[in-house]
Design a protein around this ligand. Structure first.
Ligand SMILES: *[C@@H]1O[C@H](CO)[C@@H](O)[C@H](O)[C@H]1NC(C)=O
Ligand SMILES: *[C@@H]1O[C@H](CO)[C@@H](O)[C@H](O)[C@H]1NC(C)=O
Ligand SMILES: *[C@@H]1O[C@H](CO)[C@@H](O)[C@H](O)[C@H]1NC(C)=O
Length: 439
C-alpha cells in the first residue's frame, strides 16, 4: 500500500481547501495561535487511535465466532428472515457462513434500513424484530442478494479479527449511531451528531458541517490530534477542521504514519481514514473476489503491527469499528427507545428522522496492552439505564480518558456508554515484571 500513488490524496486535500475558501466568506485565520498550557492526562492511555471501517454488520464479520467463543453474542445458525416479513407462511432464508466479497452493495439508506429492522414502514415495534433484511434485499431485485445479506464470514477467512478478538477486547453491543448510511455515522464518531444529516448529501458535504467536534475539545485542552488519510480526509466535511491552524494535522498515511509511530510522535488522538473503496484510484485492482475483505484485513494488520512496534504502544489504545452495517443481517435488536436526540435537529423530508433510535450492531475491537486477553464487552453500565455503546462513545470516552475540561459535545455523547474502565494495570505490570526478569 505504501507505494501507491501519492499525488491523488494531495490533490484531493488541496481541492477541498480550495472549495472551502471559495465557498465561504468566513475563513477563520487563527494562525498562528497560542497553544493552551500543558494538560495532564491522569490515566494510562495517552494516545487513542481510531479506525472506522465500512459497511459490515457484527454478525456478518464476527457472528460465526460464537461457535468457538460462546461468550460472544453471535450466530447459532437457526436465525432466519422470511422472504415476506408480514407473511408467516413465506419461505425462510437462514444465516449462512459462506460470505465472500460483495460486488453489489446491499441497501443501507435510511428507508432500506427501516424495512430491514422493522420488516415494514412502521417503526413502532420494540424490540425491533430484525426481520426485513431478506425482504428488503428481494425488493432490490438483484439476484442472490437475499442470500448475501444473511451470510457471514467463517472466522478463518477473517483471521486478523479472529486473533484480535482472542488477544484483546471485542464489543458485542456496539451500534451504529444512526440507522442510515456512511457519512451521518462518521459524523457521530467525531461530533456525537450528524447535524440533521440522515444520508450522504454531496452538496452539504462540500459546504461543510458547523457542529463542534472532539478535535475542538482536544485543541481547547492543549492536546494534540492528527488525521492520517489515504485518498481523501472525510473529516474535512467538518468546517472546524478547515481552519488554517489545523492544516498540519492532516497527514498522508502512506508517507507519515509508520514514521510518526516509529519515532513515538503520534498525537494524543489519531484518526486513520482508510482508503474509501468507492473512490476508484486504482481500478485495475478492484476485480478480484474477496479483494475488499482481504484488503481490509491486510490494512488492519498493518495498522496494528505499526502501533505495536511503536515506543508509544505501552500508553496506547486502538479502537476499530465499522461506520454502519452495510445492509447485512444482524440478530441483535437495534435499540429503539431511550436514545436522546443529540441537538434538537430533525432530519429532512420526507422522513423527518428524529435521531432517537440507533443503527444496526457493528463489529468493534478495543486493542491495547492494558486490555485483558479475550475481553468481551457487553452493554455499558451507565451513565443512564438506557445508555448503549455507539459511535458517540468515542468522543465520550476521549473526554473521560483524557480528563478534558470541555463539556460533552451533545446530549448523545453525554448519554453514550464509555470504555475508559476497561484499561487495567495488571497486564502491563506483568509485562514489566517479565521484562525485568529477563534482563
Ligand atoms: C406479504 O404478505 C402480506 C400478508 O400476507 C401480503 O398482504 C402482501 O401482499 C405480501 N407482499 C408481497 C410482496 O407478496
Ligand atoms: C414504504 O415506504 C416507501 C417509501 O418510503 C414506499 O415506496 C413503499 O411502498 C412503502 N412500503 C409499504 C409496504 O408501505
Ligand atoms: C459503503 O456505503 C456507502 C454508502 O453509505 C457507499 O458509498 C460505499 O461505496 C460503501 N463502501 C463499501 C466498501 O461497500
Amino acid at each position: 500500500m505504501g507505494h501507491r500513488k501519492i499525488l491523488f490524496p494531495a490533490t484531493h486535500l488541496g481541492l477541498f481547501f480550495i472549495l472551502y475558501l471559495l465557498s465561504s466568506p468566513c475563513v477563520s485565520f487563527s494562525f498562528p495561535f497560542v497553544k493552551p498550557k500543558h494538560h495532564k492526562i491522569n490515566g494510562p492511555i495517552k494516545t487513542l487511535v481510531v479506525l472506522v471501517m465500512e459497511n459490515r454488520s457484527f454478525d456478518h464479520i464476527l457472528g460465526w465466532l460464537h461457535k468457538t467463543r460462546p461468550d460472544i453474542d453471535g450466530l447459532k445458525g437457526s436465525e432466519f428472515n422470511r422472504v415476506n416479513a408480514s407473511d408467516p407462511y413465506s419461505s425462510k432464508i437462514f444465516v449462512s457462513d459462506d460470505a465472500v466479497f460483495v460486488d453489489s452493495d446491499p441497501g443501507h439508506s435510511i428507508q432500506a434500513i427501516r424495512e430491514q429492522i422493522f420488516g415494514s414502514n412502521d417503526s413502532s415495534a420494540n424490540p425491533a424484530p430484525m426481520n426485513g433484511f431478506v425482504q428488503q434485499a428481494v425488493n432490490m431485485g438483484v439476484p442472490g442478494m437475499e442470500q448475501t445479506v444473511m451470510s457471514g464470514f467463517k472466522p478463518e477467512l477473517v483471521p486478523v479479527y479472529t486473533d484480535l478478538a482472542k488477544e484483546f477486547g471485542v464489543f458485542d453491543r456496539w451500534f451504529a449511531s444512526v440507522p442510515a448510511s456512511t457519512q451521518p455515522n462518521r459524523f457521530y464518531v467525531h461530533s456525537a451528531t450528524s447535524h440533521g444529516a440522515s444520508s450522504n448529501v454531496r452538496k452539504d458535504l462540500i459546504h461543510g458541517f458547523p457542529q463542534k467536534t472532539i478535535f475542538d475539545s482536544l485543541d481547547e485542552n492543549g492536546l494534540s490530534f492528527g488525521i492520517y488519510y489515504q485518498n481523501m480526509p472525510a473529516t474535512l466535511f467538518f468546517k472546524s477542521l478547515r481552519k488554517l491552524k489545523h492544516i498540519f494535522k492532516f497527514h498522508n498515511y502512506a508517507l507519515t504514519f509508520k514514521i510518526h509511530a516509529k519515532l513515538g510522535k503520534l498525537p494524543n488522538y489519531v484518526v486513520i481514514e482508510q482508503r474509501y473503496f468507492d473512490v476508484k484510484i486504482d481500478p485495475a485492482n478492484d476485480d478480484h473476489p474477496s479483494h475488499d475483505v482481504a484488503l481490509g484485513q491486510k490494512f488492519v494488520k498493518e495498522v496494528y503491527e505499526t502501533l505495536r512496534a511503536s515506543p508509544q504502544w505501552k500508553e496506547m489504545a486502538l479502537l476499530i469499528t465499522y461506520d454502519e452495517h452495510g445492509g447485512f443481517f444482524d440478530h441483535v435488536p437495534t435499540p429503539v427507545s431511550g436514545v436522546p436526540n443529540p441537538d434538537g435537529i430533525i432530519g429532512p423530508p420526507p422522513y423527518y428522522f428524529r435521531f432517537d433510535r440507533l443503527g444496526v450492531r457493528v463489529p468493534t475491537f478495543l486493542i491495547s496492552p492494558w486490555i485483558d486477553k479475550a475481553t468481551v464487552i457487553h452493554e455499558p453500565t451507565g451513565p443512564t439505564t438506557s445508555s448503549q455503546f455507539e459511535h458517540s462513545s468515542i468522543p465520550a470516552t476521549v473526554k473521560k480518558l483524557f480528563n478534558l475540561k470541555s463539556s460533552f459535545l451533545t446530549k448523545r455523547d453525554a448519554w453514550a456508554g464509555t470504555f475508559e474502565n476497561y484499561f487495567r494495570h495488571v497486564r502491563l505490570l506483568v509485562m514489566i515484571v517479565q521484562r525485568n526478569l529477563r534482563r
